[in-house]
Structures are given as structure tokens and as C-alpha cells.
Design a binder for this molecule. Structure first.
Ligand code: ADP
Ligand code: MG
Length: 322
């Protein structure tokens, strides 16, 4: 069973809306009604041997990443982080100093984004380190940007560059050492909180998600929730020069990594076509138009530079490998 089929089976019958609940299961955060500001709530776990390997990273960076990936889900709604809770299950043989470093990492990230720790839980673990974080944020009432608002004719935009994190993971799995910038994107990603808030403030963004499982899979979530299809232009997908050079030198397929590789934690959003022209301001260098929303729900197409359809067998990262 695939990860998303399991989530559907477990949680699919829960109401999407209820008294006080503006948006339930299925988006980057749940949204709870407030007065001027609504509450955004999200939780993400990271597990040793699945999401991280302590021979690649250290406890400090792990703490940073654990909180950052949660704040990324708040950024994906256009929200501002406020609070977080951290639950850790720690094998008895671990030196407590490691967890102190882990918390130092979390607190350094929290300081940058004005998030305050308000609780958590601590237990033993029989195998491996297990960490679950719940983050809470806020967004202007009724304005959180969901995955469900993309409209036919909208352009598709993405921030930053794609594929670096998946490339770093591939290189580390081969027992080699990725170069600085590429390794940094994988081990120490930064949540795009300021960009997300700015995008919300424009009032023009119709849908948004953060890229955790790969561009095609995460755009697939926007398409499913919005009831639309999409067309992506492979030649416009942002890739850094270092990424392209390293892929070439080490024999990785840059398009496969950029389209299907996970953990970039960039923002992927839709907005009317003239968005990039009208808002060629503050964040223009950070965002790139990469495709458009189409009416046919079954269209999930990647076009090459020659306009021909590229075939991809890998949809993105699935935790159950289904
Ligand atoms: P993200 O990648 O943004 O963290 P996920 O794909 O993990 O989002 O989750 C999609 C939706 O499914 C979210 O609303 C999340 O809260 C919900 N979800 C995931 N796992 C479970 C679960 N075991 N029980 C209930 N809801 C879940
Ligand atoms: Mg997300």
C-alpha cells in the first residue's frame, strides 16, 4: 500500500470542516478558526535509518532540520510560525550531549522565525532515535493558502532551485562527499517563511505547497485537490550550475532529480499568468515560472525544450516505496 493510500484509509472519513475547523486533513497544515488570525497546525516526524543517518549529519544540524521541515509546512500556507512541541524517543546508549546539541539546533532555527517551544515528551526507544515535532503558526483570518485553489490558466511557479537535496542524498548513499552548497541544502534546509508570507500578502496566489516529496508528486497534490491538470516545461525548471555540473560528473540524471527528488523544501504555487510581471519586486529573483494549470485532470505532463512530452516513471518519494 502506498503512503497516501494508507493515510486515506486511516483518516479519509474525518470531516474536512467542523465547528471551529476551517480546514482538516489533507493540506500542509490544518487551519483552526481564530478572530483576526487563524491557527495553523502541522506535525512531522523524522526517524533514524529512514530520514537521517548520523554518519552523514550531526545532532545540531538534525535539530535544525527537524524544526525547519515543520516550519516549511507553515510557510506553505503563507503563515507565520508561533509555537512548537518536540517529542523525542532516545535509545538508552545515546550520550545526552547529542540531544542537547539537537535542541540547540532547533532553538537556533526557532529564534530566526520567532517560534517558541511550549512542550513535548521524552521516552526511551528500543531501536534508533525518533523525533516528532508539532508546529503551530498563524495566518490572517480566512486567507491561508491551501492546495485546493489552483485555477485553469494559472501559471505554476517555484522558488529556489530543485534537485540539490536528492543529489546530496544520492552522493552520500554512494559513500562520497557532496560539495558544500549541495550538502547544505540537504542537511540544513531553510523554510521559506518570509517568501510564503509575502506571497499571501499579494492576495493573488491561488494554491501553494512546499516541495517535500518531489515536484511532480507535490504538484500532483495541488492538481488533485484543485481538480485540474498541469503542464510543466522541463527547460524552465531552476537548477544551479553546481548541480548540473555535479550531476554530469557523477552520472546522475538532473531532470529526474529535479522533478522527482524530495526534500528541497522550496515553495510551489499557482497564480494568474501576469503574476510574475506585476510583482517583479522583492522576491522576483527567488521565483520562476515553470508551467501552467490545464483543465483536463488527467493531464500531468512534462514537456521538453522541443515541446515533446517527456516520460517519467518515478512520481516522487514515497515512504512505503509503493
Ligand atoms: P506534508 O508532506 O505537507 O507534511 P503529508 O503528505 O505528510 O503532508 O500529509 C498529508 C495530510 O495527511 C496532512 O493533512 C497530514 O496531517 C495528514 N496525515 C498524514 N499522516 C496521517 C495520519 N497517520 N493520521 C492522520 N492524518 C495524517
Ligand atoms: Mg508540506
Amino acid at each position: 500500500m502506498k503512503e497516501f493510500d494508507l493515510i486515506d484509509a486511516l483518516a479519509g472519513s474525518e470531516p474536512l470542516f467542523a465547528n471551529g475547523l476551517a480546514l482538516g486533513i489533507g493540506d500542509d497544515c490544518a487551519v483552526i478558526d481564530g478572530d483576526d488570525l487563524d491557527w495553523l497546525v502541522t506535525t512531522d516526524a523524522i526517524v533514524e535509518g529512514i530520514h537521517f543517518d548520523l554518519s552523514w549529519t550531526d545532532f545540531y544540524l538534525l535539530g535544525r532540520k527537524a524544526l525547519s521541515v515543520n516550519l516549511s509546512d507553515i510557510a506553505a500556507m503563507g503563515g507565520a510560525p508561533r509555537f512548537y512541541l518536540a517529542t523525542i524517543s532516545v535509545p538508552s546508549e545515546y550520550n545526552p550531549h547529542g540531544m542537547i546539541e539537537f535542541y540547540r539546533g532547533m532553538k537556533d532555527v526557532a529564534k530566526v522565525y520567532n517560534a517558541v517551544m511550549i512542550g513535548g515528551d521524552t521516552t526511551a526507544s528500543k531501536s534508533g532515535l525518533w523525533i516528532s515535532i508539532t508546529a503551530i503558526g498563524q495566518s490572517p483570518h480566512g486567507k491561508a493558502i491551501t492546495r485546493g485553489g489552483a485555477r485553469v490558466g494559472d501559471s505554476i511557479f517555484v522558488s529556489g532551485s530543485l534537485g540539490d537535496a536528492a543529489l546530496a542524498l544520492g552522493i552520500l548513499k554512494n559513500g562520497q562527499e557532496p560539495e558544500g552548497g549541495i550538502k547544505e541544502k540537504f542537511l540544513n534546509p531553510s523554510p521559506k517563511v518570509e517568501l510564503g508570507k509575502w506571497l499571501l500578502s499579494t492576495g493573488l496566489v491561488t494554491s501553494m505547497i512546499d516541495i517535500s516529496d518531489g515536484l511532480l508528486q507535490d504538484l500532483g497534490h495541488i492538481a488533485s485537490r484543485s481538480g485540474v491538470g498541469f503542464e510543466i516545461w522541463a527547460g524552465d525548471i531552476p537548477q544551479t550550475a553546481q548541480f548540473i555540473r555535479t550531476c554530469d560528473e557523477m552520472g546522475f540524471d538532473p531532470f529526474r532529480l529535479s522533478l522527482s527528488g524530495g526534500e528541497d523544501y522550496e515553495l510551489l504555487f499557482t497564480a494568474p499568468q501576469n503574476f510574475s510581471r506585476d510583482f517583479a519586486g522583492a522576491f522576483c529573483k527567488e521565483i520562476r515560472e515553470i508551467g501552467k494549470i490545464v483543465e483536463d485532470k488527467n493531464t500531468r505532463t512534462v514537456l521538453g525544450r522541443d515541446g515533446k512530452i517527456l516520460e517519467f516513471s518515478v512520481g516522487g518519494f514515497d515512504h512505503f516505496g509503493g
